[in-house]
Design a protein around this ligand. Structure first.
Ligand code: ZN
Length: 389
């Protein structure tokens, strides 16, 4: 359901420095900082890879994120176990969020090494929910959501055929976990990692920041080339995830400019602050475009070609609808009426109802407000919370 399309929408990586121009070969790692290794796993999507991280721990390594539970990824894990990790067992599995490219092998690795899965509570719960729902039970609800927002029947049928493949990508979900919470400090090997959780892309996405090494793992929240998916999903049809996401970006501002960013997709980079500005500007532009577009009644489906100017496959369409809704809900919440959501409209007629109606207005007013958000623990601010690990 919530795989990672991370729709590329014209990112301009100006101001970013990539210390490593090439990723590691499959089954090998690159040392990016003392005690921090980078590995890469394949993904069966247009976005064809995910970065994972190995942190030196007391008797082995902590694996940060795990890849999908598909054979090509497990084969590469086996290559590592027989090679670079032959005498370095995994002693902890830490997952930033529930999306299948991150959670896919968490249970498999935990069982194999007899170690705990650490992740935020909401992410573990969402993994359980997505796994249960992927049996097909949520199909009608999910398709009704897309139909309500104007998706034509031919594409509804394609979405039905594609189904919800969370269970294929995450064969099992760990039956228990150890919570990573906002403000926790994890001692992993010689480093202390300050955990903070951010919203918008996932329910309780965990990020780690090491004040000693200035090497946060930002997961999917800040990426160097593509914009993280921020979507309204059928299970929370009135959500405003873009507000949550933009608020979360403010939390990274206290981090030093030379911080080495270890993202889940793309190459590690320096240049966090230009990237934060780009992401903010990107959504500001999309909000202005959406505001212009709803001068006439439009469904979220109508808005997709306005916001995404390229052909999308069925996999990407669900994310694009979600992103279009995220921008519309943001506008509505910020007081850009008249807006009436199709979420309250009957779907019995199967006619797409306008998701939003509006007048052409001064587009500069769509600028996202800059809310004050608490600083990242450890980002020049003493970290709080309890010691863990
Ligand atoms: Zn994700």
């Amino acid at each position: 359901m919530k795989t990672e399309p991370q729709l590329p929408v014209g990112a301009a990586p100006s101001g970013l420095v990539h210390p490593w121009p090439e990723p590691p070969e499959g089954g090998t790692t690159i040392l990016v900082a003392p005690g921090i290794r980078w590995l890469r796993m394949p993904l069966p999507f247009a976005l064809n890879h995910i970065n994972l991280w190995l942190l030196d721990d007391e008797r082995g390594v902590t694996a940060v994120d795990t890849g999908t539970g598909l054979p090509p990824t497990r084969e590469l894990w086996e290559t590592l176990f027989a090679g670079e990790l032959a005498d370095r067992p995994i002693v902890r599995v830490l997952v930033t969020h529930f999306h299948p490219d991150h959670m896919g092998n968490a249970d498999w690795l935990s069982r194999r090494f007899g170690v705990e899965l650490w992740c935020p509570q909401a992410e573990w719960l969402m993994a359980q929910l997505a796994w249960q729902g992927s049996g097909g039970g949520d199909s009608d609800k999910r398709l009704a959501h897309y139909r309500r927002h104007g998706v034509p029947e031919a594409q509804i049928e394609a979405l039905r055929e594609r189904g919800n493949h969370y269970r294929q990508l995450v064969p099992t979900v760990a039956p228990e976990f150890r919570a990573v919470r906002e403000g926790d400090v994890l001692t992993i090997g010689a480093r202390q990692w300050h955990a903070f959780t951010v919203l918008g892309h996932a329910p309780e996405h965990a990020c780690l920041f090491s004040p000693s090494g200035q090497c946060p793992d930002l997961g999917d929240q800040v990426l160097p080339k593509i914009t993280p998916n921020v979507s309204v999903w059928p299970d929370q049809p009135r959500g405003n995830p873009l507000r949550l996401y933009l608020d979360s970006l403010a939390r990274f501002r206290p981090l030093p400019e030379d911080t080495l960013i270890l993202p889940s997709h793309g190459l590690p980079f320096r240049g966090l602050h230009p990237r934060l500005e780009y992401l903010r500007h990107h959504h500001e532009e999309r909000l202005a475009e959406a505001l212009d577009a709803i001068a006439e009644p439009r469904t979220a489906f109508d808005l997709v070609p306005v916001l995404f100017r390229r052909k999308l496959d069925t996999h990407q369409l669900g994310f694009a609808i979600g992103e279009a809704l995220a921008h519309l809900h943001y506008l509505e919440a910020e007081g850009w009426p008249p807006v009436s959501s199709a979420a309250t409209a009957s779907t019995a007629s199967r006619k797409p109802d306008p998701v939003a109606r509006g007048r052409r207005t001064n587009r500069t007013c769509a600028r996202p407000r800059d809310r004050q958000a608490p600083a990242v623990p450890g980002g020049g601010v003493p970290g709080g919370g309890s010691a863990m690990g």
